[in-house]
Design a protein around this ligand. Structure first.
Ligand code: CAA
Length: 270
């Protein structure tokens, strides 16, 4: 998969994983509008391959920040300071759309957080399928310090992950919490001692997933997303539809054939 040279992102294919690094370390990787546009362009390319069966050259994305101090320290406050309400609303909508695209990408996306994941940075991480962090990572929604509210999905996703009461406490106080506390309340999935350990684990998770049917993984992700917030009965209906769809795939035929023949499956990805 070929990517253009991005102004604010670095990309590196590592085996089956695509490492995407937000690369504005001097501004703590703040989500300037150019970062948002570069991420949209990157997703255009990844989605195009997935949609047209480009052979699944990437089986998962690891999203991280450059410089070792921050994942992403939020929306770009300097850029926002020149915005009026209409421009701010457009910035919010465009970035919310990015979080929705990440969430619905037919590939797993892991946020690898070392340092600050604040405001829009915490929101970007929460749009990933799960969050790995180092012991040096910290999380928060400090918008109230600026007279703002979360604008890139934090009001919705934080409560989904940690419950409305904890989400309110974090958003009302703007407090920053360490990785261990974020793990305890369910915001972070796993905490690692070092960035190297975290990145090795993220890559290993993608390589593990890469041995499975890409179509089944994509369907599982879509099903979990589509059932969130529904009643159990509604969710089971969606799951039943998904299960039925799986029976029409070549991957399912290959997986079942290989199991019965006591062989390792070779999934065609269709
Ligand atoms: N936007 C723009 N620039 C930022 C930034 C941001 N969100 N965060 C940090 N920077 C810049 C600083 O201005 C500074 O630039 P200069 O060297 O040119 O002065 C540089 O990054 C380094 O930052 P600090 O000197 O402040 O570094 P520190 O180690 O003392 O503190 C920090 C680090 C705790 C992350 C602190 O920079 C900070 O609090 N940043 C803002 C965090 C924040 O409020 N985020 C929420 C933004 S609003 C939002 O995201 C709304 C939304 O939901 C859409």
């Amino acid at each position: 998969m070929n990517f253009p040279t991005f102004e604010t992102l670095a990309t590196e294919q590592q085996g089956n994983a695509l490492l995407v690094t937000v690369n504005r370390p001097k501004a703590m990787n703040a989500l300037a509008q150019q970062v948002v546009e570069d991420l949209h362009t990157l997703l255009d390319i990844v989605e195009e391959h997935a949609r047209h069966g480009g052979g699944w050259p990437v089986r998962g994305i690891v999203l991280t920040g450059a410089g070792g101090k921050a994942f992403v320290a939020g929306a770009d406050i300097r850029e926002m300071s020149a915005m009026e309400a209409a421009a701010a609303s457009a910035y919010s909508a465009r970035t919310q759309d990015l979080t929705l695209r990440l969430e619905s990408l037919p590939l797993p996306v892991i946020a690898a957080v070392d340092g600050f994941a604040l405001g829009g940075g915490c929101e970007l991480a929460m749009a990933c399928d799960f969050i790995y962090a180092t012991e040096a990572a910290s999380f928060g929604q400090p918008e109230v310090n600026l007279g703002l509210v979360p604008g890139f999905g934090g009001s919705v996703r934080l409560q989904q992950l940690v419950g409305p009461a904890r989400a309110k406490e974090l958003i009302f106080t703007g407090h920053r919490i360490h990785a261990s506390e974020a793990e305890r309340i369910g915001l972070v999935h796993t905490v690692f001692s070092t960035a190297t350990e975290m990145h090795d684990a993220a890559r290993a998770t993608i390589e593990d997933i890469a041995t499975k049917s890409p179509v089944a993984v994509a369907n599982a992700k879509a099903t979990i997303n589509a059932t969130a917030g529904r009643t159990t009965a509604e969710g089971l209906e969606v799951e039943n539809w998904s299960f039925r769809q799986a029976f029409g795939t070549e991957d399912m035929q290959e997986g079942v054939r290989a199991f019965l023949a006591k062989e390792t499956p070779s999934f065609p990805g269709r």
